[in-house]
Design a protein around this ligand. Structure first.
Ligand code: PLP
Length: 403
């Protein structure tokens, strides 16, 4: 596969470079945790490679599954191609990926400081604030990165679009401000189909594969893509050393999801536009947060750095927190649930659910905010479902049915 292929083609065909010799079409799942070795040295070579941050000799023979596994390796190959990167390292979850990135850029490097651009996914905030990794974090807005960077800063973390208010950060500008400090972009909301942070100068693009990449609410995973060999080695070392590896079956499932990523994103984006139009026109809605709206503060940057605006939409309710809770409880096609990025539409109340831990802090989100993960169902059904829930929750007169 070459980088010149369209992302739609890469999504379908990525990670297949070793399949020809195997004489199979569908991707195999290699579950064995160990294999017979040709000689004693073969095992030693792999451990030595791991100790120096390299990969064990990838000659198709597997020594021990935490060190190297063909199914995991195919997943990593596909993800690197999608992210226009030289390498990708897969992890057991998005949070395992973030932990490895922070460890690889602080800990052994002597750096103790991380700059975190707000807003960020609550779990990332929690990890940085927990003290678990022994780092000090300075939080800032996207245009304050240069001022926040210190001599002991090892990493800048930014998420765009960001959870849950769809804030947009200008990736190229954050990279410029960070100078020599590596920038990791959490690209979960955009996916590599809509945004490629490495093309914009970021050192790493990180994902929760649990979301759009898997796409079917049935697999937890994460990965980091990078074009810097030193970072790839660091991350591989951390992946092995802390044992944050994904299982082969999970990689198979996520890779199966990736095959339809481009068509799903197309539908997610189209449906989100229809939902945004309906919400914007509804009297029970106060503000709609969607980077595709011309009056969204990040619209111009999003239009420049993304190919489309994604499937995530948030909004606040005229009737306040109680109305928001009634809407979340009243939808039928949108399921009340956490997570995002799957084929089915989800609704959640960040203040009481994903961001509940932030209440009372600088990260608190409005209590009348609802977040939608717009799925790939019929746009008409999604709009009708939301409209009915908003009508009912706001006691607004219900429009007469057409038939
Ligand atoms: N990044 C973002 C933007 C997320 O929304 C999430 C999870 O919701 C994560 C990272 C963490 O991913 P995981 O749940 O796979 O650990």
């Amino acid at each position: 596969m070459t980088a010149s292929l369209h992302p739609d083609t890469v999504a379908v065909h990525g990670g297949r470079s070793d399949l020809e010799g195997l004489g199979v079409h569908a991707l195999p799942i290699d579950l064995s945790t160990t294999n017979p070795l040709p000689d004693i040295e073969r095992g030693g070579d792999s451990y030595e490679a791991m100790a120096t941050g390299g990969r064990p000799p990838a000659d198709g023979s597997m020594v021990y599954a935490r060190l190297w596994n063909p199914t995991v390796a195919r997943f990593e190959e596909a993800l690197a191609e999608l992210e226009h990167a030289e390498a990708a390292v897969a992890f057991a979850s998005g949070m395992a990926a973030m932990t490895a990135v922070i460890l690889a850029h602080t800990g052994a490097t002597g750096a103790r400081h991380v700059v975190a651009v707000r807003p960020l996914y609550g779990g990332t905030d929690h990890l940085l604030g927990s003290g678990l990794l022994g780092v000090e974090t300075t939080y800032c807005h996207p245009d304050e990165v240069a001022a926040a960077v210190r001599p002991d800063t090892g990493l800048v973390v930014v998420e765009t679009p960001a959870n849950p208010t769809l804030d947009i950060a200008d990736i190229a500008d954050v990279v410029r401000q960070a100078g020599t400090v590596p920038v990791v972009v959490d690209n979960t909301f955009a996916t590599p189909v809509l945004q490629n942070p490495i093309d914009l100068g970021a050192a790493m693009s990180l994902h929760s594969a649990t979301k759009y990449l898997g796409g079917h609410s049935d697999v937890v995973g994460g990965f980091v893509a990078t074009s810097r060999t030193d970072l790839a080695e660091h991350l591989s070392f951390t992946q092995n050393a802390v044992g944050a590896v994904p299982g082969p079956f999970d990689c198979y499932l996520a890779m199966r999801g990736v095959k339809t990523l481009a068509v799903r994103m197309d539908r997610h984006c189209r449906n989100a536009r229809a939902v945004v139009e309906a919400l914007s026109a509804h009297p029970a809605v106060r503000t709609v947060y969607y980077p595709g709206l011309a009056d969204h503060p990040g619209h111009d940057v999003a239009a420049r750095q993304m190919d489309d605006f994604g499937g995530m939409v948030s909004f606040t309710c005229q009737g306040g927190p109680e109305a928001a809770r009634r809407v979340a409880a009243a939808t039928r096609v949108f399921t009340l649930a956490e997570s995002l990025g799957a084929v089915e539409s989800l609704i959640e109340h960040p203040g009481a659910m994903t961001h509940a831990a932030a209440v009372g802090s600088a990260l608190e989100v409005p209590d009348d905010l609802l977040r939608l993960s717009v799925g790939i169902e019929s746009a008409d059904d999604l709009v009708a479902d939301l409209t009915a829930a908003l009508d009912a929750a706001s006691d607004a007169p219900v429009a007469p049915s057409a038939g």
